[in-house]
Design a protein around this ligand. Structure first.
Ligand code: KG4
Ligand code: ZN
Length: 329
């Protein structure tokens, strides 16, 4: 059984094929970073158009280089939300049309759930229960996943996501989009940091986050600072420290309070090396991350989650194209 995964929630056109065990046969991701970099953020209409342009040629490449035709596909899994409506519509229309015209069932996948299960693609023995920290451009959500794959949200950001905080400060520092990897690169070159930023809500007795106060604080500092290379490196270093420490503190609290030792960290920000290094130093719990190439948006996690869903829940095939930009966990 082969499942085709289609991802188009934002600015990455992702396709992948997995076998009946969820092993990746092949995957392709085409990023639109260059298109949006000049605007400092994603322009939804440009994102939709690029998905329209890329999907069929990429599907062709994926099938041809694996000597497959579309008739070899047994299930099409696609992102039905959350995300940008236009890009979601492109992926949903493609998936449903392919399914309808080739008599292949289609299954809707929640993008957030796909991120949460993405480490299981490579960590074969990883199964719930685990604490999940999902940190992406749009979301910062801490949850507990039980043995039956039920997800209970423990807390979330009250305002900006961690990724958004990276992206907005990067823009303010004159770094390109997406900001997370740029901040991380600059932080590596920091020597003799003199900046000290707050660790938001680190003492609050709940599992919520807030990054807009930190963002405003850093913007105020930037406004009063001569933006030399050295200062950009040091601000990046301290911003990364503040975000990483906050994320780790709340996740560890959830792990201790609920007595669940495994912590699964996913979403674009989980590509961050400092976050990976510091989580792995924690005592009394074990941190799991997706393969770095499956941290940011990709088709493999959609194919994997679609296959998992088809095995664990009953689903009814339909050809209604109804993406939900505000889908939650
Ligand atoms: O999961 P994702 O690809 O898209 C959404 O679903 O939002 O996450 C994108 C976010 C962006 O905010 C980007 O700056 C951040 O992930 N990101 C990083 C790194 N790589 C991507 N943040 C920190 N360090 C990184 N290495
Ligand atoms: Zn994502």
């Amino acid at each position: 059984m082969i499942t085709l995964g289609i991802e188009s929630s934002c600015d990455d056109t992702g396709l992948a094929i997995v076998n009946s065990d969820g092993k990746i046969i092949d995957h392709i991701t085409s990023s639109q970073h260059e298109i949006h970099a000049q605007y400092g953020g994603i322009v939804p209409e440009l994102a939709s158009r690029d998905h329209v342009k890329k999907f069929i040629p990429l599907l062709d490449i994926l099938l041809k280089r694996n000597s497959l035709t579309i008739s070899a596909i047994n299930l099409i899994a696609f992102t039905n939300g959350p995300g940008l409506l236009g890009p979601l519509l492109v992926g949903a229309s493609l998936s449903k049309s392919l399914g309808w015209s080739n008599n292949i069932p289609t299954i809707e996948v929640n993008h957030l759930e796909a991120h949460i299960y993405s480490p299981m693609i490579t960590e074969e023995n990883l199964r719930p229960p685990f604490i999940s920290l999902l940190v992406s451009g749009g979301h910062t959500i801490l949850s507990a996943v039980d043995v039956n794959f039920n997800i209970q949200t423990l807390g979330a950001t009250l305002d900006d996501s961690a990724g958004e905080c990276f992206d907005k400060i990067a823009r303010k520092l004159g770094l390109s989009y997406p900001g997370g990897p740029q901040i991380s690169k600059r932080a590596e070159n920091s020597i003799d940091n003199t900046f000290i930023f707050p660790r938001p809500m680190i003492k609050s007795n709940n599992y919520d986050f807030s990054f807009s106060g930190l963002k405003t604080h850093v913007i105020n500092v930037v406004n009063q600072t001569d933006l030399t290379d050295e200062n950009i490196n040091n601000i990046s270093f301290e911003l990364q420290n503040a975000i990483v420490e906050t994320l780790i503190n709340k996740s560890k609290k959830a792990s201790d309070d609920l007595g669940i030792n495994n912590i699964v960290i996913t979403g674009g920000v989980s590509a961050n090396q400092k976050l990976r290094d510091d989580f792995s130093l924690l005592k009394g719990c074990k941190a799991y991350f997706p393969d770095v190439k499956f941290s940011t948006d990709n088709g493999a996690m959609i194919a994997y989650a679609g296959l998992l869903k088809s095995k664990t829940c009953k689903f009814k095939n339909n050809y209604k194209i109804k993406p939900n930009p505000s889908l939650t966990l």
